[in-house]
Design a protein. Structure first.
Length: 318
């Protein structure tokens, strides 16, 4: 009888405890390195994204305010008597503003001495509000139809006045201020709503322009000797009626906050000098007290308004 050969089985071997521990340690090291690289990359991306957003918001905010201020230089011709359209001394100036007002009222002209100019208590160290007026421009075929070369802060075109007598009251209007809601603070603008024909109504509307704007301050360059060159920069609190008629430059300062926690917390929260260290009033500095982990940036500009067209009756230069 034939016998079958014996088959020898080898002993199955697994990882030893030491080998398993070494493998786990190596895996953990690789995992830690991967997570660290991911967090570093994410932090870098967030920082770059915040920096880009801050720059974009700041330049846009300055651009909107700058354009509105420069539109005060537009001098439409007086089609009835020649020359340019003149304003009466009683007409609201092209540029006006109030200090310490986060919510301007629906008024035709902001004034530091008129309580209706602001729906909140005006405090010098709070944010400022700016009001800009400008003449519109219509098409050649229909002057009362805006050609959209002159627009308010909402982007609506402002047409030429229907008559010389109504030119002052039919000017375009833009108000800039800080608005705060549950999501944060914004640069906002207030303007008159317009009907289907483009004519301004008596109803005011508010539109949010730039998120994250925490501080907004203005100084007004006044010519005191009639040479159309600003000799001194004043706060709205220190301006007189005559000063508003002789504003030839405006300094703008904004502090804007990013959306994410990308600031260097170890460096501490910076104090921003809005108008330089020699400016000693309380509204000249800003230091955040909330959301201190978020990055912030200061944006400033000095706008030459060139409002030579602010021509008042009796002015020999008209």
């Amino acid at each position: 009888m034939r016998r079958l050969p014996l088959i020898r089985t080898s002993r199955a071997r697994g990882f030893s405890l030491i080998e398993l521990m070494v493998a786990l340690v190596i895996s953990l090291l690789v995992l830690v390195a991967t997570v660290s690289f991911y967090l570093m990359t994410r932090s870098t991306y967030t920082t770059i994204d915040d920096s880009s957003n801050l720059e974009e918001r700041g330049q846009f905010a300055l651009g909107v305010i700058t354009r509105a201020l420069r539109q005060t230089a537009f001098s439409p011709p007086n089609t009835s008597g020649g020359g340019t359209i003149q304003l009466a001394q009683s007409d609201p100036p092209m540029i006006s503003g109030v200090d310490g007002c986060n919510s301007p009222g629906d008024v035709e002209s902001l004034s530091q001495t008129v309580t209706a100019s602001c729906t909140t208590t005006m405090v010098d160290t709070a944010n400022d509000a700016l009001e800009v007026r400008f003449f519109g421009s219509g098409t050649a075929a229909a002057p009362t139809v805006p050609d959209n070369s002159m627009v308010d802060c909402s982007g609506q075109g402002v047409a030429s006045p229907t008559s010389i007598d109504l030119a002052a009251s039919q000017r375009g209007l833009s108000m800039f201020f800080i608005q705060t809601d549950k999501t944060g603070s914004y640069l906002a603008c207030k303007f008159r709503q317009r009907d289907s024909t483009g004519a301004a109504t008596s109803t005011f509307a508010t539109q949010q322009l730039v998120p994250g704007v925490e501080s907004l301050q203005f100084l007004y360059g006044v010519s005191v000797d009639g040479d159309a060159v600003p000799d001194v920069f004043k706060r709205a609190t220190d301006m007189s009626t005559t000063d508003w008629q002789n504003v030839y430059a405006v300094k703008v300062a904004l502090v804007i906050r990013a959306d994410n926690a990308s600031a260097d917390v170890g460096a501490g929260q910076p104090t921003f000098n809005l108008f330089g260290k020699q400016y000693t009033y309380g509204d000249g500095t800003y230091k955040a007290t909330t959301n201190t982990q978020m990055a912030r940036r200061l944006f400033t500009a000095t706008v030459q308004t060139r409002n030579y067209m602010t021509c008042f009756s009796g002015d020999p230069s008209c």
